[in-house]
Design a protein around this ligand. Structure first.
Ligand SMILES: [Zn+2]
Length: 293
């Protein structure tokens, strides 16, 4: 039996944080992604109702490379057949509403509204690369944590995240070694439509579980930013976009030496950009990246 996997996502957050005064404010996808439901069946399962063949955009090549890189598995993206359900926010699949589904190991169906959601697409890519059913912890919650979406049902299926005891040590955002990685290392506006991703990571420096104490955005605020990124036009006073994830929790749990990641996905035209990543009150060193023609 091969696996047939339906991934069910739903809007998790009812409340938005206050808007910043910056030109664009992007609430990125990971915070919107919730339940992932799987089912086991044969690889010859019929396509969901309304699914039509689809040529994915060039950006998918970068997303595939990112998923290969985090999982340590390689395969040929061209072997995947893609389908989309037009004008849909969900797909009816075995009695569930899902946003993406991998049939067997080489057919991926996406709901129209989510077809450019990098972390959802990479989640389905990871199923295809692993060629196994379910959500193995080592891949979904450890190696590819944050690069692929894995919350609620996926998280449960993968054995859940570490939960420190309430009395476990508290550490500061300045203790978690916030860092960023830009992929590809030398972006080009003409390759893969100019696809770029910035991976912001933190790591628990302790060999025991710990809580990261989060600072709210403003005194008394219910919301704390977690991971974020800001872009400027090679001048840190000319920030033109920023994106972030956020939580209403006051502490973020980390397992022993656990690394957590968050990804910004987009395309960049040719030019020089300053990129600054942060985690709550901690800021990574600003990088300057040149996007070649
Ligand atoms: Zn899944």
């Amino acid at each position: 039996m091969t696996a047939r996997l339906g991934d069910f996502l739903m809007l998790q957050r009812a409340k938005r944080p206050r808007r910043s005064s910056l030109l664009w404010l992007v609430l990125t996808s990971p915070g919107l992604i919730a339940a992932l439901v799987i089912a086991c069946s044969d690889a010859t399962a019929p396509l969901p109702t309304g699914a039509i063949a689809w040529n994915p955009p060039a950006r998918f090549a970068l997303w595939w490379q990112m998923t290969e890189s985090c999982s340590g598995r390689q395969s040929d993206l061209r072997a995947i057949r893609w389908y989309v359900v037009p004008s849909a926010t969900s797909i009816d699949f075995e009695g569930e509403k899902v946003q993406g589904v991998t049939l067997g190991t080489d057919r991926i169906v996406l709901a129209d509204a989510f077809k450019m959601n990098g972390s959802l697409v990479r989640h389905e890519m990871l199923h295809a690369l692993l060629r196994v059913g379910g959500h193995p912890r080592d891949a979904f919650l450890v190696k590819c944590d944050g690069v692929v979406a894995c919350v609620t049902t996926c998280e449960t299926d993968a054995g859940g995240r570490p939960t420190p005891a309430p009395s476990a040590p508290e550490i500061s955002p300045h203790d978690v070694a916030t860092r960023i990685e830009v992929v590809p290392r030398q972006p080009s506006a003409s390759r893969d439509d100019g696809a770029v991703a910035v991976i912001v990571s933190i790591t628990n420096p302790r060999s025991t579980s710990a809580w990261v104490r989060l600072t709210p955005q403003a005194p008394g605020d219910q919301v704390s930013h977690t991971f974020g990124v800001a872009f400027d036009y090679d001048d840190d006073k000319r920030v033109f976009t920023r994106a972030y994830d956020w939580t209403e929790e006051t502490r973020l749990p980390l397992g022993p030496n656990e690394t957590r990641r968050w990804v910004w996905d987009d395309v960049l035209p040719e030019g020089a950009y300053g990129i600054r990543g942060w985690f709550n009150s901690d800021t990574a060193q600003r990088l300057v990246v040149n996007v070649s023609p």
